[in-house]
Design a protein around this ligand. Structure first.
Ligand code: FAD
Length: 454
C-alpha cells in the first residue's frame, strides 16, 4: 500500500481528520488529495472592476482548495445540535458537542484566540421572538471572521504540511476496491491505501453520487433550501447582532404552514456570489477587522423543500430555479422589497436612489419571475414577522438578492463510525449529507479518526 490512510478533500472534514491522525497516530502514512488549489493560490478573480461576475474557473477558489468551502467563509463556528447537520443522530448529542468544542479549542490554538464566543443562553431576545411567533434556536457561535479564519487555516496547514502528503489540483476520479484496501484513481496516477476517508463537501456532491452508484452504497434523497439574501442597514439588526452575532430564527407561515428561517447572518458584512457546479447563487460574509466592515448587515431567508415520491432530484429543482435567475440576470438578481411588494422590477435607477447601497454588483430585476409563489409568499410573510422584532426590516429599500440555494448532498448510508458497508471506507462532512456546517464537518473528521485509531 502507498498509504495507510488517504483522505479525499481538504475542507474542514478532511483537515480535521488529518490533524487528529497527526496527533493520535503520527506513525501512519497519510495523504490528502484535493481537487482545488493550495490555500495561498486560492483567489477568486472577481475584483468588482475588471471582472465583475463569475467567469466559471475550472476550480472555483471560493468552494475548492485547502480549507474547502469554508476558507473564505465568515468563519461562524456554531456549537450546537440544533442546526448545522444531524451528526448527533449518528454519534450522540453529547459526543457531537464535545467534538465541536474540541475543534474550537484547536482553532483558538492556531490563531483564533481572542475572537468572541456569543451565546443565546439567557438572552431577552428569545422572549421577544416568541411573543411575535418567531423562534430563536439555541447555540453558541464563535465568530472567527473571514480574515482570522484564513489565518487559522494557514497555521494548521503549516503544522500539517510535513506530516501529511498533500496533493493539490488533484481531483480523484474514482475509488476501486482492492484486496485489503482501496485504490484512488487520479490523472497523476493511482494510489493505494488501507483506509479511505471521503470528505468532498458540496462541490463534490455529483461525484459522490457517482461513487455511491458505482460502489452500490445506498443513499437517500435529501432536501433543498431556497430563498433570498436580505441586505439592510446594520442598525436595523444591531440590537440582535451586537448581543448574539448570529441568530437563527424560525417562523411558520400562516398561509401554508411552511417553515422559513434566517441563515448565515453577517453583521456589517458583504453579499457575495457563490458558484456551485457552474450555477451562480448568492451568499454572504463579514470580517472581524473593523476596517473591512460595511454599513450593511445581510442574512438569508430560506424555505426548506422536501419532496416525496416519485420526485427525487431536490438539488436539480434548486438548480433549475437558480438557473432561471442566471438566465434573467446573467447571475444574481437584486430587488428592493418595496418594488417586490408593488409588483414591479427594480431598475438600476431605483437601486441607485435607494438608501441602502448594495455590497454586491447584481442585476436589478424581479424575483417574482424566478421564485415559486409558495416560497416567495413565505419570504414576504417572514419579512413582515421580522419587522416586529427588528423594525425596519420591511422598509421599501431593504434589498433582496436571489437566489440563495442551499444544496444538500444525498444522505449516504453509514454506521455510527461514519463507515460505509465497506470496511475502511468512510464518508464524512457535507459530502455525506449528514453535516452542513464548519463545526459539524470538522467534528465528523475527528470522530472518524478516533474510531479508526481505536
Ligand atoms: C461562502 C460560504 C460561506 C459559508 N459560511 C459558513 C459559516 O460561516 N459557518 C458554517 O458553519 N458554515 C459555512 N459554510 C458552509 C461550510 O463551509 C461547509 O459546511 C464546510 O466547509 C463543509 O466542510 P467539508 O469538509 O465537509 O466540505 P468542503 O468544505 O466543501 O470541502 C470539500 C473539499 O473536497 C474537495 N473535493 C471535491 N471533490 C473532490 C474530488 N473528487 N477529489 C478531490 N477533492 C475533491 C473540494 O475541492 C473541497 O475543497 C459556508 C459555505 C460557503 C460556500
Amino acid at each position: 500500500m502507498n498509504y495507510d490512510i488517504i483522505i479525499i478533500g481538504a475542507g474542514p472534514g478532511g483537515i480535521f481528520s488529518a490533524y487528529e491522525l497527526s496527533r493520535l497516530a503520527p506513525e501512519m502514512k497519510v495523504a490528502v488529495f484535493e481537487a482545488g488549489h493550495a490555500l495561498s493560490k486560492r483567489r477568486c478573480p472577481i475584483d468588482g472592476e475588471k471582472i465583475k461576475t463569475c467567469i466559471g474557473c475550472k476550480s472555483c477558489s471560493i468552494m475548492s482548495g485547502f480549507g474547502g468551502a469554508g476558507a473564505f467563509s465568515d468563519g461562524k463556528y456554531n456549537i450546537t445540535n440544533d442546526f448545522g447537520g444531524t451528526l448527533y443522530e449518528y454519534i450522540g448529542k453529547k459526543n457531537a458537542l464535545d467534538l465541536m468544542k474540541y475543534v474550537d479549542e484547536i482553532n483558538m490554538k492556531y490563531g483564533g484566540e481572542g475572537t468572541k464566543l456569543y451565546s443565546t443562553a439567557g438572552t431577552k431576545f428569545k422572549k421577544l421572538c416568541i411573543q411575535n411567533d418567531l423562534h430563536l434556536l439555541d447555540a453558541s457561535v464563535r465568530h472567527l471572521g473571514t480574515d482570522i479564519n484564513y489565518v487559522v487555516l494557514e497555521n494548521i496547514y503549516d503544522h500539517l504540511k510535513d506530516k501529511v502528503d498533500f496533493f493539490f489540483d488533484t481531483p480523484v476520479k474514482s475509488i476501486n476496491i482492492i484486496d485489503g484496501g482501496y485504490e484512488i484513481v487520479c490523472e497523476k496516477g493511482n494510489f493505494t491505501c488501507e483506509k479511505c476517508i471521503v470528505s468532498v463537501g458540496r462541490s463534490g456532491s455529483k461525484w459522490m453520487e457517482t461513487i455511491c452508484r458505482e460502489l452500490d452504497i445506498p443513499t437517500k434523497s435529501n432536501r433543498v433550501d431556497i430563498g433570498v439574501r436580505v441586505e439592510l442597514p446594520a442598525e436595523v439588526f444591531s440590537h440582535i447582532t451586537d448581543e448574539l452575532y448570529e441568530s437563527k430564527i424560525v417562523y411558520r407561515t400562516e398561509k401554508y404552514g411552511d417553515k422559513v428561517r434566517t441563515f448565515c447572518m453577517n453583521p456589517k458584512g458583504a453579499v457575495v456570489n457563490e458558484n456551485t457546479n457552474g450555477i451562480i447563487t448568492v451568499n454572504g460574509h463579514s470580517y472581524e477587522d473593523p476596517a473591512k466592515q460595511t454599513e450593511n448587515t445581510n442574512f438569508a431567508l430560506l424555505v426548506a423543500k422536501h419532496f416525496s415520491e416519485p420526485f427525487k432530484d431536490s438539488n436539480g429543482y434548486g438548480e433549475s430555479i437558480a438557473r432561471l435567475s442566471n438566465m434573467l440576470g446573467g447571475g444574481v438578481l437584486v430587488q428592493r422589497f418595496g418594488d417586490l411588494i408593488r409588483g414591479r422590477r427594480s431598475t438600476p435607477n431605483r437601486i441607485e436612489e435607494s438608501f441602502v447601497t448594495p455590497t454586491l454588483n447584481a442585476t436589478p430585476g424581479d424575483l417574482s419571475l424566478v421564485l415559486p409563489k409558495r416560497i416567495l409568499d413565505g419570504i414576504i410573510e417572514m419579512i413582515y414577522a421580522l419587522d416586529k422584532v427588528a423594525p425596519g426590516t420591511a422598509n421599501d429599500d431593504t434589498l433582496l438578492y436571489g437566489v440563495e440555494v442551499k444544496f444538500y448532498n444525498m444522505e449516504v448510508e453509514v454506521n455510527e463510525n461514519l463507515c460505509t458497508k465497506y470496511d475502511g471506507l468512510y464518508i464524512i462532512g457535507d459530502g455525506s449529507g449528514i453535516t452542513h456546517s464548519l463545526s459539524h464537518a470538522s467534528a465528523s473528521g475527528v470522530h472518524v479518526v478516533r474510531n479508526i485509531v481505536k
